[in-house]
Ligand binder design. Structure first.
Ligand code: SF4
Length: 62
């Protein structure tokens, strides 16, 4: 399972790292980024939750 953040779309709300800190962190530019593109075992449901919770649909987890 891979996670991606579209930085053009991200508004830097901070939700995704709070839901899934194993996958996402805030970058120096104030936008979210993936810590690594492969979602770790055990964090997959949180990654999907972050995807559906992102207010601007900037996250793709597949
Ligand atoms: S939830 Fe969406 S808008 Fe908020 S920081 Fe994460 S990617 Fe950006």
């Amino acid at each position: 399972m891979q996670a991606k953040v579209d930085k053009e779309t991200c508004i830097g709300c901070g939700l995704c790292p709070s839901i899934c800190p194993e996958c996402f962190e805030m970058d120096d530019d104030g936008k979210a980024k993936t810590i690594k593109s492969e979602v770790p075992e055990g964090a997959q449901s949180e990654a999907k939750e972050a995807e559906s919770g992102c207010p601007v649909s900037a996250i793709i987890v597949e």
